[in-house]
Design a protein around this ligand. Structure first.
Ligand code: NCD
Ligand code: ZN
Length: 354
């Protein structure tokens, strides 16, 4: 708390510097545009491998990591934690190389066709049995985009059906695998993760904590609220808020910040993804405040993730101040294209201090 000449006091909270356990940084000029936003907020991030072509080898992950480090603003201390993109043809040797690399921290499972740049993803998880066995043995976590791609399944049910059709059988066959159910969106997923052993955890985004599916259709179609997995109904948002603020170490912060240019969002066939990196912590703080649980934010944002990934917690701290301010309507992106963040031009209740 710090004195304020007007209201008596300005509310501040200081927490251990957080990490983002699910982030899309893209590449080239797009990466250069978005990287400073994440580096300002977070000490480390698990970097998604869904580039074109996808990052499928330790060698490619090493080169991508070097490009990220080279694009960092001067003086920024930010560590990219790299991931490999699982394909039907990945070899168990690649898993062992990843575990030995010291910079590849996980392998990402995208069911083929589930989301942006997932066409090289896994067509049948049964084909990956040897790779999953190697991951069980070496302890490298499997990160899961948990949605079935069966077009006969309603888009709002794809996560729940994925649990039954893919996740439960996978965990029966590979009981010791360390697994993160990424960006969970339903009470079903939160219940499932709670019921699993300590080897299973989940990330939760700020947008799934703050919005339900009405936000996609509020007064007209809202492409900047369209992401995958798609926002769900209010009862699921409430279940996610409960999970995130419960103090259960299985749940931790992963923004899934997924930049797409304005033109590719505001289109007849708009891309999926919410760009939340510029005000990620502010958005999470708002969600935790709504549950009167700001005292639980630090563990969710800064402790549970590194503990699961078996990495040290960060040493530094960041401070959030309660202060209304307007997020810019757009940021510069690649090729002169604007990038519209979630909450563009709208007020935020918290501000991360420099
Ligand atoms: C992500 C993207 O744009 O890369 N989009 C999204 O809606 N979250 C892909 C993903 O994580 O599903
Ligand atoms: Zn993602």
């Amino acid at each position: 708390m710090r004195p304020c000449p007007y209201a008596g006091a300005i509310m501040q909270i200081t927490i251990t510097r957080p990490d983002d356990w699910h982030l899309h940084l893209r590449d080239g000029p797009e990466m250069a545009a978005v990287l400073p936003h994440s580096a300002r907020q977070f000490a480390r991030a698990i970097v998604m491998p869904n580039l074109r072509p996808p990052v499928t080898t330790v060698a490619a992950a090493g080169e991508y990591r070097a490009r990220i480090l080279a694009a960092l603003p001067d003086g920024a201390a930010f560590e990219p934690l790299m991931t490999l993109y699982l394909t039907d043809s990945m070899s168990p040797q690649e898993v062992w190389r990843a575990a030995a690399s010291g910079f590849v921290r996980a392998v990402k499972l995208y069911p083929a066709g589930a989301t942006t740049n997932s066409d090289s993803g896994v067509t049948d998880i049964g084909r990956c049995a040897a790779v999953l066995a190697a991951m069980e043995e070496c302890g490298l976590p499997l990160l899961v985009h948990g949605e079935v791609t069966d077009p006969a399944v309603d888009v709002f049910d794809r996560e729940k059906v994925f649990i039954e059709r893919v996740l439960q059988p996978l965990l029966l066959r590979h009981a010791a695998i360390r697994l993160v159910f990424e960006h969970i969106t339903t009470g079903d997923a939160a219940d499932f993760v709670r019921a699993c052993g300590d080897n299973v955890a989940a990330t939760i985004t700020a947008h799934h904590l703050l919005y339900n599916r009405n936000a996609i259709f509020a007064g007209g179609i809202r492409p900047h609220h369209y992401c995958l997995p798609v926002l769900k109904r209010e009862r699921h948002r409430q279940a996610l808020l409960q999970a995130a603020t419960s103090g259960n170490p299985k749940f931790f912060l992963g923004t899934d910040s997924a930049p797409h240019s304005r033109a590719s969002k505001e289109s007849a066939c708009g891309c999926a993804g919410c760009y939340t990196a510029p005000a990620a912590l502010e958005l999470y703080a708002e969600a935790f405040e709504s549950m009167a649980a700001l005292d639980r934010l630090e563990a969710f944002a800064s402790f549970h993730g590194p503990d699961f990934y078996r990495l040290p917690r960060n040493a530094g701290q960041v401070t959030l101040q309660q202060e209304e301010w307007l997020l810019p309507a757009a940021f510069a992106y690649a090729g002169g294209e604007p990038l519209v963040p979630l909450r563009a031009g709208e007020p935020l209740r918290w501000r991360l201090l420099d």
